[in-house]
Design a protein around this ligand. Structure first.
Ligand code: GLU
Length: 510
């Protein structure tokens, strides 16, 4: 019988979620949904030393903002709760004990000094400084000591760790869904700690035990975990779970824009683009790292961009809704090589989504920004402004940057235009034109344009010579949307009054 697809995203709450992590979550989600399966969010917080307050909430909120909704998780609950490893601590030790009993793991009593001494000795002999089949018999553990001594030490409460006992010479092989067959020789590996001195599990044990208990069918994770995979394969085998071992898929790295190395947390603000989904304030240093959300990206655009960083659809389609991604996604099309991050492409995606977005939806989105600026506008008016200016912008917040004059009278005027055009009888003509505009009953673009044409004709000047001064007097800008439509939207009262006061407001060119 086909196994139900169950995948998990298992971040450690050690800081803000990097977009590489978001991409891992997304691929897990797409894979699960494509196969009618479950997407689980498990928080791997066994390492209390690296715990960062706020990081777990950050993970949850990032996924929620992006619409990558877990079916089971710390907030959602589920059949296999709890989903936070720190709340599952009592479950892991029994499996390490089982491994000790069956001879696949052992107690090790070495002190830090013992370990350092071993390292120094092996390094001096130019041997790999590893705790493994070659070195373990010269260390203090239940394999090298007599049974009596071991029992005595355990009774005494001497501190110990539990280590896995790896075979001296064995090829560990597994099939990776992205990379194909991977073969690692056990001599390259070491006897990793499974249970630490404080009795708590390490990542390896907790991760494997939870994946088994939570009936995970596929482990899809970043390439940085590939070196741990052979150990995990052996753990499944030694615990007797090989039959149901999840399939493994390791995703290649997200690279810096120049392709030289992994896209790091520091790269974003250094190179001028976010590497985090949401803004993050470091609780210790108070340092702020920018986020896609706060930079004005739409979640759908971020999803689309990330999906294509390391996965190729079978044709050249570029714009995909989440639903379309679910339909099209497959692990076979995930690339083996690293994907270069492309900040321009990220902007391009945002632009595409912004232009396609419904104007009233977009105005709802920017309404809080409008309020923050202390500007007011009716819904319909705001929607019309959005429709008029959005073509020129890549990000929602930019809409307000280019449309300020729709909400408040200009306080500054484009210097170049002032210098070139605001001279001679132009100011007086604008004032006179305002009187003509004032007599218009139905202030629509067509009517205003007609009135303007008549006016320039009667003055014997070219329309071009007065068009820019008119725009300048009303908006303060040199350019913008089609002028008569802009005037219609602003309304007669605003237009006429700004034209009338322009002479005093606009500084005369020296
Ligand atoms: N806790 C690990 C991490 O932080 C999980 C790796 C895995 O998916 O197995 O990424």
């Amino acid at each position: 019988m086909e196994r139900k697809v169950r995948v998990r995203f298992a971040p450690s709450p050690t800081g803000p979620l990097h977009i590489g992590g978001v991409r891992t979550a997304l691929y897990n989600y797409l894979f699960a949904k494509k196969h009618g399966g479950d997407f689980i969010l498990r928080i791997e917080d066994t390492d209390q030393k690296r715990f960062v307050p706020g990081a777990e909430d950050y993970i949850n909120e990032s996924l929620a903002w992006l619409g990558i909704s877990p079916d089971e998780g710390v907030r959602q609950g589920g059949e296999f709760a709890p989903y936070r490893q720190s709340e599952r601590m009592s479950m892991y030790k029994q499996y390490a004990d089982q491994l000790v009993t069956s001879g696949y793991a052992y107690y090790a009593f070495d002190t830090t000094e013992d370990l350092e001494e071993m390292r120094a000795k092996l390094e001096a002999a130019r041997m790999p400084a590893k705790y493994d089949a070659s070195s373990r018999m010269s260390m203090k553990n239940s394999l090298s000591m007599s049974e009596d001594e071991v029992s005595k030490r355990l009774e005494n409460g001497d501190p110990y760790v539990i280590r896995i006992k790896l075979p001296r010479k064995e090829e560990v092989r597994f099939h990776d869904e992205v990379r194909g067959w991977v073969v690692v020789h056990s001599s390259q590996m070491d006897d990793k700690v499974l249970i630490k001195q404080d009795g708590l599990p390490t990542y390896h044990l907790a991760n494997v035990v939870d994946d088994h208990i939570m009936q995970i069918s596929h482990v899809i994770r970043g390439e940085e975990w590939l070196p741990s995979a052979p150990l995990h394969v052996l753990l499944y085998r030694y615990l007797g779970w090989e039959e149901t071992m999840p399939k493994l898929a390791h995703l290649s790295l997200l690279l810096k824009p120049d392709g030289k190395g992994k896209l790091s947390k520091r790269d974003g603000d250094r190179l001028g683009f976010p590497v985090f989904p949401l803004e993050w304030k470091d609780p210790k240093t108070q340092e702020i790292s920018s986020g896609y959300r706060e930079s004005g990206y739409l979640p759908e655009a971020v999803i689309n961009m990330l999906a294509l960083l390391g996965w190729h659809p079978s044709d050249n389609q570029e714009i995909f809704s989440l639903e379309e991604l679910v339909q099209a996604f497959s692990l076979e099309k995930v690339s083996k090589s690293g994907a270069k991050f492309d900040a321009d492409k990220a902007k391009w995606f945002n632009n595409r989504y912004l232009q396609a977005m419904d104007n009233s939806e977009l105005s709802t989105l920017i309404r809080p920004l409008l309020a923050a600026k202390g500007w007011e506008a009716e819904d319909e008016y705001l929607t019309n402004v959005v429709a008029m200016v959005k073509e020129k912008v890549n990000f929602a917040p930019e809409i307000l940057e280019v449309s300020e004059y729709f909400f408040v009278a200009p306080t500054s005027y484009d210097e170049k235009t002032v210098k070139k055009k605001w001279k001679g009888d132009t100011p007086a003509m604008i004032k006179e034109l305002a009187d003509d505009f004032d007599t218009i009953a139905l202030f629509t673009a067509d009517v205003v344009q007609e009135s303007f044409s008549k006016f320039v004709e009667s003055k014997g000047v070219s329309p071009g010579s007065l068009m820019q001064p008119l725009r300048l007097s009303v908006s303060g800008m040199a350019g913008g949307p089609p002028i008569f439509e802009m005037l219609e939207l602003l309304g007669k009262d605003v237009v006429v009054s700004r034209m009338r006061t322009a002479n005093e407001s606009i500084p005369s060119p020296e």
